[in-house]
Write a protein that binds this ligand. Structure first.
Ligand SMILES: [Zn+2]
Ligand SMILES: [Zn+2]
Length: 358
């Protein structure tokens, strides 16, 4: 502690000294220059190495949260990038994390609830401009994905025109704007199916249970012997467990029912009947942290990261309350996801490495 105080003291002294010698303007100029050299145009993903890398671009839910964007997990598998759901604010997080948009191959939607698609317009725009696309981004998802993509394309048509006119077709190639829907139709009785199999990357769609929203999907990604699965929104789902057997890393949604019930009670007492009722309704189509732990245990995964956290968990102090008995039920690595988290599964290894983009 004493040492820490001494170090902070010395740093402050150096800063005060520099400020006296150079003036605040010169320090700001140097700080800006250093940030420029370090970050702008640098491919931050290059240092990750070959493997499967998962970017937590949105660990939140529809509830307001200062730190968490809406649901989003992006995956980099070798040279191929994918985004699974684009909740509100998640694309800006992805940009801040240094995700290489130029490698983006496709977007995959788990289902069409608004909190999973309300950042899709921004994702398509970034894929087009930052990704220098010459063809619309394929957007895979359940029945209805064609309507959603057509809606975003229509909503952004004017903006696309402005950008082509302003930047020119070399920078904003009109042929690359927007999305191209790829509706996944899982036949009745089929719970999983490979929907992407290119250059060593395999993506499997999984039917999950988010009734009455149907169909709702989870996904599994395999690359060079490493694997991960993403639940989307679901209650405990045996089909998701089966399709996730042996993955290194599982992302699972989680809702703490006791906390939500307490919030509903308080809202009712304060005369907010509608939102109180919603707190009751949402409890029957989400998984608890214990359900997620059970899925991870039964699937035999190495690490479990919870995301789509309901309610928001603003401080580490609240974490044990949110997790309940989950840590007792799953013996592997268990973490609450947070925006900026990158989980790496190096090719040819067994490790699950956690790092932070900021
Ligand atoms: Zn949902
Ligand atoms: Zn949701």
């Amino acid at each position: 502690m004493k040492r820490k105080v001494a170090v902070i003291g010395s740093l402050l002294a150096i800063l005060v000294g520099l400020a006296l010698v150079l003036g605040r303007g010169a320090i700001a100029e140097r700080a800006f220059q250093s940030a420029l050299d370090k970050n702008v145009g640098v491919d931050q993903s290059a240092k990750l190495g070959d493997g499967l890398h998962a970017y937590v671009c949105g660990s939140g839910s529809p509830m307001p949260d200062t730190d968490r964007a809406g649901p989003c997990i992006a995956v980099l598998a070798g040279n191929q990038g994918f985004i699974f759901d684009s909740g509100s604010g998640s694309v800006r997080k992805l940009g801040r994390m240094g995700f290489p948009m130029g490698k983006l191959q496709a977007e995959f939607l788990t289902h069409l609830h608004s909190d999973h698609i309300d950042g899709l317009g921004e994702a398509l725009l970034q894929a087009w401009i930052a990704g220098s696309r010459g063809a619309p981004l394929p957007v895979y998802g359940p029945e209805g994905t064609d309507k959603v993509v057509a809606g975003f394309n229509a909503a952004y048509a004017l903006d696309q025109g402005y950008r082509v006119a302003h930047h020119g077709p070399k920078v904003a190639n009109p042929a690359g704007a927007g999305g191209a829907a790829q509706v996944i139709a899982l036949p009745d009785g089929v719970d999983s199916q490979v929907v992407w199999d290119q250059q060593g990357v395999k993506i499997t769609v999984i039917r999950v249970n988010h009734a009455p929203i149907s169909p709702a999907f989870g996904y599994r990604v395999d690359y060079k012997g490493r694997s991960l699965s993403i639940s989307g929104d679901t209650v405990y789902s045996p089909a998701f467990v089966t399709a996730s057997k042996g993955v290194d890393l599982m992302f699972h949604e989680a809702l703490n029912k006791q906390m939500i019930a307490a919030m509903g009670k308080k809202l009712g007492e304060r005369g907010q009947a509608n939102t109180a009722q919603i707190m009751t309704d949402i409890q029957n189509y989400h998984a608890s942290p214990e359900d997620a732990a059970r899925s991870a245990k039964e699937a035999g995964v190495q690490a479990l990261v919870l995301y789509h956290l309901v309610p928001p968990v603003p401080a580490t102090l609240i974490e044990p309350l949110f997790l309940g008995n989950a840590p007792k039920q799953f013996g592997g690595t268990l973490k609450l996801g947070h925006d900026g988290m990158i989980v790496s599964l190096p090719a040819g290894g067994k490790q699950v490495k956690f790092s932070d983009a900021w």
